[in-house]
Design a protein around this ligand. Structure first.
Ligand code: MIC
Ligand code: SF4
Length: 634
């Protein structure tokens, strides 16, 4: 009867019972971090005072901050390399590839659990893993051997029928699922793929789907392991980790959706949300200025070979700038060996490093009002670095074909033949992954790596101004933007806090300092997107005590708890409309913050009262009361 998700969770269950919606603690087998979230995660690991990581495998990747115009990133990388060596963590050097792509290729293993300080960690769900994104502190705790807490999820089945037509790709499948479920349709759920269509998809194709399941707000997404999984592992020289694992044939799901692959057509997510889906036929002919191919969603060897086949012998349209970022060094080398790199270069494509690059706003910000087609997973407002730009998320085929024509074009018309890339022998070379354990090594911190800020215990009465009121679907890119200007300060909370909400309200940080903190009020799905705990840590530093919204995204809510900020939800959603920015709110927590009980938020300015619920477990209440998880554990 169990689903695949239930099988793996049950096998790893160490705390609680698997009752939907109730908190459970699971054992984490593997962790991953990347450099933009990693410095904080490892500063936190150091505070946990262990001598060696207790997981089966932990990997630290350098892939986000690699454009260096100052010393900050270089210092971070040095720190990360030393700290990895001190605690016995594998270290994937800059240039080796994007964490999710490399992890999928070199470390993913069916039936295992993976926790990563990056929201796209579910990429490895393509290999039948329960792979979950979380804040750095949760990942640090997992490395220290602590179980990871989550709400026992609902399981949604997406049944895939038939096979894709030429020119239609895995990206179109996940865009269709996003059209069906929306950006908050996956909250509290795991999305399990099943059906005859599964066998028609290779592991990299499956990983495009599980990767972008993050945009559904899902806890994770997962495919069963089968002969396709085994073939991938064999090609990677790692067949010894294979186990066959899938849902029972009579498994019971909370919801079921069906996608007929044969009927799918190329799709695009239009500005500024991954669920704003239109068909390419509807958008056809729209002039474009830029095309970016890559990111952890679509940068596999198979993806880039499809791109090379489309570009071969042609030149990119003169009005378009095309960049390509291979997902890993393996992909890059394979492109070179096969000769496809030559085709890409000849076409005028600008080949970038094997890193996140433009996806996180590190370079390639589009020109004013530009239309940019990207094979990435997020087109949130301002994320590209240009507020007036319009970003469309598409498949590699659509991106490449459109780059040639200068307008959005339907790749079905390109008539590119399907190629079976698994038949080629892959280049396997792990020399860019360092594995050392030197417990006595001195860990050097550059001047931009500041000590962790500490929170105080929760006050008995929170009496603060609503310092900011925002609408639905606020992303962590709104709260704590990334990009070339801000990313170098990920290890310096005092400095990075100057940028909190600055695209929404340029005075936010100053206002917090003047008012000695405050309360934030928001709508639905507050905190969607990235796992960056800086979106909780920096507001904590600025004195934010509570966030009251109509609903939260999972990772951000947990990050708020981890840093001692009360996450509250309006019992009556319409109360959101009654509050004005600047109102004074009072919330009594002493003797009132109890499991299963609601709290009262009094609007002193307007003489109103609102019921708010916290949905915190007893453990989470203790964590918030102490001012966060690190205080709780020490
Ligand atoms: C992202 O895609 O938004 C990021 C950058 O990878 C983040 C992590 C971060 O902010 O460092 C994520 O997805 O969690
Ligand atoms: Fe990197 Fe973009 Fe993937 Fe985030 S979504 S890990 S920034 S490639």
């Amino acid at each position: 009867m169990p689903t695949l998700t239930e099988k793996i969770l049950k096998h790893h269950l160490v705390k609680g019972e698997m009752i939907k919606g109730k908190q459970i603690g699971i054992k984490i087998d593997q962790t991953l971090t990347q450099d933009a979230t990693g410095t904080m995660a490892y500063l936190q690991l150091e505070a946990l005072k262990i001598t060696r990581v207790k997981t089966e495998l932990s990997v630290s990747y350098i892939d986000h901050n690699t454009l260096q115009s100052g010393f900050e990133n270089a210092d971070d990388h040095k720190y990360l390399q030393l700290v990895a060596q001190k605690y016995g963590i594998k270290f994937s050097r800059a240039g080796n590839g994007i964490c999710h792509q490399v992890h999928l290729e070199r470390f993913s293993a069916p039936g295992k659990t993976l926790l990563g300080s990056d929201s796209h960690t579910p990429t490895s769900g393509a290999m039948a893993m329960i792979a979950i994104g979380a804040g750095g502190l949760d990942v640090a705790c997992a490395m220290a051997g602590r179980e990871f807490y989550l709400k026992s999820p609902e399981v949604v089945k997406v049944e895939l029928l038939h096979r894709l037509k030429n020119g239609v790709s895995a990206k179109d499948i996940i865009l269709e699922v996003l059209r069906l479920l929306g950006v908050k349709g996956g909250v509290g759920k795991v999305i399990e793929y099943a059906g005859e269509g599964v066998k028609t998809l290779t592991v990299p194709e499956r990983s495009t789907i599980t990767n972008m399941g993050a945009e559904l707000g899902a806890t994770t997404s997962i495919f069963p392991s089968d002969e396709i999984t085994l073939a991938f592992l064999k090609a990677q020289g790692r067949e010894e980790v294979f186990v066959e694992i899938s849902a029972d044939s009579d498994a019971v799901y909370d919801q079921v959706y069906t996608v007929d692959l044969a009927k799918l057509q190329p799709l695009a997510a239009c500005p500024h949300s991954p669920d704003n889906i239109k068909t390419i036929e509807q958008l056809k002919g729209k002039k474009i200025d830029q095309v970016c191919i890559g990111s952890c969603t679509n940068s596999s060897y198979a993806d880039l070979m499809k791109v090379a086949n489309i570009l071969k012998g042609k030149v990119v349209n003169e009005q378009v700038s095309l960049t390509i970022s291979p997902g890993s060094r393996q992909v890059y080398e394979m492109l070179a060996r096969s000769g496809a790199l030559q085709d890409l270069i000849s076409s005028g494509a600008r080949i970038l490093e094997s890193v996140c690059g433009p996806c996180i706003g590190m370079g390639q910000s589009p020109s004013t009002d530009a239309v940019s087609l990207r094979t990435f997973n997020r087109n949130f407002f301002g994320r590209s670095g240009t507020k007036s730009a319009n970003i469309y998320l598409v498949s590699p085929e659509t991106a490449a074909y459109s780059a040639l024509r200068g307008v959005i074009s339907n790749p079905v018309e390109a008539k590119v033949e399907k190629v079976d890339f698994l038949r080629e022998e892959l280049i396997i070379d792990d020399r860019m992954i360092i594995e050392e354990f030197t417990p006595n090594i001195e860990v050097v911190r550059g001047p931009n790596i500041k000590p962790l800020p500490k929170n105080i215990e929760l006050e008995d009465v929170i009496n603060k101004k609503v310092i900011l009121k925002v609408e639905d679907n606020i992303t962590t890119d709104h709260i704590m933007p990334a990009g070339a200007k801000v990313l170098p300060y990920r290890s310096n909370i005092e400095k990075i806090s100057e940028f909190v909400f600055y695209q929404v309200d340029a005075n936010f940080s100053e206002n917090c300092q003047r008012e000695n903190g405050g309360i934030i009020v928001g709508g639905e799905n507050y905190g969607q997107g990235s796992s960056r705990e800086h979106a909780a840590l920096a507001p904590m530093y600025l004195g934010i005590k509570a966030v009251i919204v109509n609903s939260f995204a999972r990772i951000h809510r947990q990050n708020l708890i981890n840093f001692g900020i009360l996450p509250l939800v309006f019992v009556n959603k319409s109360d959101y409309n009654k509050i004005t920015q600047g109102d004074n709110l009072e919330i009594v927590t002493k003797n009132c913050l109890l499991e299963g009980k609601t709290l009262l938020a009094k609007n002193i300015t307007k003489n109103q009262e609102y019921q708010v619920e916290h949905n915190l477990s007893t453990q989470d209440i203790d964590i918030v009361k102490k001012g966060g998880l690190l205080n709780y554990l020490s």
